[in-house]
Design a protein around this ligand. Structure first.
Ligand SMILES: [Zn+2]
Length: 269
């Protein structure tokens, strides 16, 4: 089986989208896309934070196993063209654009020769996050340095609101307006989007497509759409669990686990 056939799980080489929003049926996205937020020296009260040593250990594992990093944009292009990606490909993403993504993650990524994409909140650059426990966000100079180091920048909307509850005009501004602002300030193309809180529906996916993005990252739930690439919130405390998250079937396993817990909550924690 060719790498692309393995990648989309279709078992043939004709894995091209029949509809601009994605693929029907069994053609699933298979490259693990890892989602990180904050990296801290000690365990932190901030939701979705991870201690630096754990992150470093995870990158050591990726290197020991021969993984190579690809960006969500590269995944999207491979899916559209049918071109192959490395068999052991993984995508590393950071949401929100915290200062520690620049001060902590960037040097470690460079040390291991890995790349990552950072999803930035366009109207909160250089400010404090106001959708969660406040934390400092990168400014424009840091984001430019991130790009200059060979990393990627994507849009995480203008203000990090739940897009699914916004009127259509505001949704479009969050999606298209953030892209324009980032491109104007950075002088480079912004080709992928990540949904705030990972929530989205058909209307949000269509807005992202209409705004000209090549792809979008979502949460762990599978959608068979290039505008909802499945991502896993990386396990903060278990390297064994992290290994499981690298499995191409992890999103399906997660789906089964959620389903089983809902139907038989007395059996599962
Ligand atoms: Zn976010």
């Amino acid at each position: 089986m060719s790498p692309i056939a393995w990648f989309v799980g279709g078992g043939d080489d004709s894995a091209r989208p029949s509809h601009p929003l994605g693929w029907p049926g069994r053609r699933r996205l298979r490259v693990p896309i890892l989602m990180y937020h904050r990296l801290t020296r000690y365990p932190d009260s901030h939701p979705c934070s991870m201690v630096i040593g754990q992150f470093r250990s995870q990158l050591k594992i990726l290197r020991a196993l021969g993984y190579r990093t690809v960006s969500p944009r590269e995944i999207a292009r491979a899916l559209r063209s049918g071109s192959p990606l490395p068999v052991r490909a993984v995508s590393i993403t950071f949401d929100d654009g915290y200062v520690d993504t620049f001060t902590v993650a960037l040097p470690i990524l460079k040390e291991f020769g890995f790349t990552a994409a950072c999803y930035v909140v366009a109207d909160r650059v250089g400010q404090l996050s106001d959708w969660t426990e406040p934390a400092s966000l990168m400014g424009w100079p840091e984001i430019r340095e991130w790009l200059a180091a060979g990393m990627e920048v994507g849009s995480h909307s203008r203000t990090h609101r739940d897009l699914t509850v916004l009127p259509t005009v505001e949704l479009q501004d969050e999606v298209a307006g953030s892209r324009k602002r980032l491109e104007d300030r950075l002088g480079s193309t912004v080709s992928t989007f990540a949904y705030p809180f990972t929530v989205h529906g058909p209307r949000e996916r269509e807005a992202v497509e209409v705004a000209g993005y090549e792809a979008a990252c979502a949460g762990v739930k599978l959608h068979d759409s290039i505008f909802a690439l499945a991502r896993v919130e990386v396990a903060a405390n278990s390297l064994g669990w992290f290994l499981a998250q690298l499995l191409p079937v992890y999103p399906e396993l997660h789906h089964l686990y959620v389903l089983a817990r809902r139907r038989a909550p007395w059996l599962l924690p």
